[in-house]
Design a protein around this ligand. Structure first.
Ligand SMILES: [Zn+2]
Ligand SMILES: [Zn+2]
Length: 327
């Protein structure tokens, strides 16, 4: 198979010809049709996450078709259209798994980080962590739902039911979650880099009732806010924007340091929390509702060997919505 492989942290990915992977017991092999490019992939490549497998094939927003079954797999069939997310394995026996919080598992594996992912023509996955998808559908448009959509969904759920929601950083996740929040009947305020009028217009085109710079105050205090950008100073900014009792959720796996801020910003029962990974139930819930929500993803396609370009365009914010590799 062909794959874009990270051999050394901080170095560009290398186009590699590798033996076709073979699924072991309980695993399936998937022929990759599309794989989204997530900001987490940048954190992996940059060495900002501890202990990656090396070499590693990144990519955890995978849409493809099952083309080989390992022994003991009966929930999936050859030819099924499926999605493979970030959560690649959980142990099932640690205290977190036992209490239904497998997103916090003590011994997890993550696709494209500690097990090989979808920047390749084929990927092998644990069948229990593969989501069946409708047989028909646009593979490129679906790929960003597998992380930007899923982690965004979990963040939105954890942000609570507040009607006025702020989204900080209007990239792949926010452009999906803005549509979900609108579908739920909420009002969306979108915060971009100061002066990013194109991004603000994009947010409004997706239903945001207000869009402005992250240094601006929303027209009215927010009930809750989600921070998608990996930028620590957004934490005090978002706390300042929420009302008494409001909640701020940090959705990223990595963030620059949060500057110190006056206790006044947290006072009056404002809450600050992070969202880590996903559970399989999050995936089942979100993917079941996604077709009804009418989500339209904006994607920019790259071929597999353009993965380095896609990553640098993501870093520089050179596209709206999500980048997707098509092997
Ligand atoms: Zn566990
Ligand atoms: Zn991701």
């Amino acid at each position: 198979m062909r794959a874009m492989q990270l051999r050394r942290l901080g170095q560009p990915l290398v186009l590699s010809e590798l033996p076709d992977p073979v699924p072991g017991p309980g695993e399936v092999r998937v022929h990759v049709a599309a794989c989204g490019v997530c900001r987490t992939d940048l954190h992996v490549v940059d060495g900002e996450l501890p202990d990656p497998k090396l070499p590693i094939i990144p990519g955890h927003e995978i849409v493809g078709r099952v083309d080989q079954l390992g022994s003991g797999v009966d929930a999936l069939r050859i030819g099924m259209r499926v999605g493979i997310p970030w959560l690649g394995y959980t142990c099932g026996v640690c205290p977190y798994c036992v209490e239904g919080r497998e997103n916090l598992c003590d011994r997890p594996l993550f696709t494209g980080y500690t097990r090989d992912g979808g920047y390749a023509t084929y990927v092998v996955a644990d069948a229990r962590f593969v989501f069946p998808l409708p047989a028909e559908g646009d593979d490129v448009a679906t790929a960003p739902l597998l992380c930007a959509g899923l982690i965004g969904w979990r963040s939105l759920r954890i942000a609570g039911d507040g009607k006025k929601i702020g989204l900080y950083g209007f990239g792949a996740a926010a452009h999906i979650i803005a549509q979900v929040a609108r579908w739920q009947g909420r009002e969306v305020a979108a915060f971009t880099k100061p002066g990013d009028v194109t991004g603000q217009a994009f947010a409004k085109s997706l239903g945001a009732s207000w869009a402005g710079g992250s240094d601006e105050a929303p027209p009215e205090p927010l009930d809750c806010a989600i921070i998608f950008a990996p930028v620590g100073p957004l934490v005090p900014a978002a706390l300042k924007a929420v009302r008494k009792g409001g909640r701020v959720v940090c959705a990223g796996i990595h963030m620059s340091d949060i500057p110190s801020f006056p206790y006044q910003l947290l006072w009056e029962e404002r809450q600050l929390m992070s969202v880590a990974n996903l559970t399989r139930q999050d995936g089942i819930d979100f993917l079941r509702l996604a077709p009804q929500m009418g989500i339209v993803t904006k994607t920019t396609r790259y071929s597999l060997n353009q993965a380095n370009q896609a990553l640098s365009d993501l870093r520089a914010g050179r596209f709206e919505g999500a980048a997707v590799l098509v092997p």
